[in-house]
Design a protein around this ligand. Structure first.
Ligand SMILES: [Zn+2]
Length: 121
């Protein structure tokens, strides 16, 4: 299976024209492609930096898994559950809020003070 380089229609690899958009192929460089053309992919490359990915992970763990893990606290030994619920969970949530705020600050700094990077091909 190949794809039209113009509209991403699925076509045979030896097609001489696209059945959807009518693009004509020259049998050389301009022709059916083995992979979906970049501009038609649903998800682009992940351009976040390692710092941004780390902050995102900490925010999700703190803000989602922290509160959700409360439901499993009763499974812990009696004394440990109370310590986890009153110290562990608030610490997780605080870390999540901190990471989310840091991520927002980083975004705003990049947005308004960052250098423009030319689009990658
Ligand atoms: Zn086409």
């Amino acid at each position: 299976m190949s794809y039209c380089p113009n509209c991403a229609q699925a076509i045979s690899s030896d097609a001489s024209a696209c059945s959807r958009c009518g693009a004509l192929f020259d049998g050389g460089g301009w022709g059916p492609q083995a992979i979906v053309p970049k501009q038609h992919r649903l998800v682009g490359p992940d351009k976040r930096s390692v710092l941004e990915k780390s902050l995102d992970a900490v925010a999700v763990i703190g803000l989602v898994l922290g509160p959700v893990s409360c439901g499993f606290a009763p499974l812990l030994p009696a004394g440990t559950a109370v310590v986890y619920a009153f110290i562990g969970v608030p610490l997780l949530v605080a870390a999540g809020v901190g990471a989310a705020l840091a991520r927002l600050l980083l975004y705003l700094l990049n947005r308004f003070l960052g250098q423009k990077v030319p689009n990658e091909a």
